[in-house]
Ligand binder design. Structure first.
Ligand code: ZN
Ligand code: FE
Length: 256
């Protein structure tokens, strides 16, 4: 089992595209190519040949580079079975519980509907890496464009059981604004206060705050913490049902 080398490419205003490279076989995947040019340039600079695209969901800022990269490299495009008709150039459809081999590395695929109905995530256990697209963000989660709060809670629950050291390679640098909201609903969370100091310092120097880890998210992400008494009290839902608290937290964030 090979450990992937992962290279982060900031594109557009706040997207992250990733190159995931198996050093034993040379297999190289692009995760969620928003655009083609900067991704092809980055692969060339690394000396890596793109063999795959792994898409998490259909949005244009995750698939916009698909066809141009495929035309340039002949790569194989892997994406969600549940949304295959909305993934440009898709070759291989995957869904919940499937495994997919990238060189000598292997991903487990999770269906994680909520942000979109066909959203998936790729967990490379041997690389401590989760590519979760727009489902889980540092201190946040994706907006519910095509799903219900209950679906999103079930999707995020799949991530909560991953090893705490798992790195969370999410698709946007939203951390600072997410953190400001998180502090508004959990002001007495010491781990959150400390994390925001670190995030503010990093962003002041334009340093990425991604990847995060599952362990850090469990302590500081309000969308994984609907059972937090502090959060429940702050939003006026002490002792209420987990999904109800999550839904209200998401609603508050949408208008924060
Ligand atoms: Zn999206
Ligand atoms: Fe996005």
């Amino acid at each position: 089992m090979s450990r992937l080398e992962i290279h982060q490419i900031p594109v557009l205003s706040d997207n992250y595209v990733y190159l995931a490279h198996c050093p034993e076989t040379g297999a190289t995947a692009v995760v969620d190519p928003a655009v083609a040019g900067p991704v092809l340039d980055a692969a060339k600079a690394k000396g890596w040949t793109i063999s795959h695209i792994l898409n998490t969901h259909h949005h244009g800022d995750h698939t916009g580079g698909n066809l141009e990269i495929k035309a340039a490299t002949g790569c194989t495009i892997v994406g969600p079975r549940a949304d295959h008709d909305r993934i440009p150039g898709i070759d291989v459809q995957v869904g919940d519980g499937d495994t997919y081999k990238l060189g000598n590395a292997e991903a487990v695929v999770y269906d994680v509907p909520g942000h979109t109905r066909g959203h998936i995530a790729y967990w490379f256990e041997g690389s401590d890496a989760l590519f979760c697209g727009d489902t889980l963000f540092a201190m946040g989660c994706g907006r519910l464009f095509e799903g219900t709060p209950g679906q999103m809670v079930a999707s995020l629950a799949k991530f909560k059981t991953l090893p705490p050291e798992t790195r969370v390679f999410c698709a946007h640098e939203y951390t600072q604004s997410n953190g400001r909201f998180a502090l508004s609903v959990e002001p007495d969370n010491d781990a959150l206060v400390q994390r925001m100091q670190d995030v503010d310092a990093a962003r002041a120097k334009n340093i990425p705050t991604v990847p995060s880890t599952i362990g850090i998210e469990l302590k500081t992400n309000p969308f994984l913490r609907a059972d937090s008494p502090d959060l429940q009290r702050t939003i006026g839902l002490a002792g209420r049902d987990y999904v109800e608290v999550f839904a209200e937290t998401r609603r508050l964030k949408d208008s924060f």
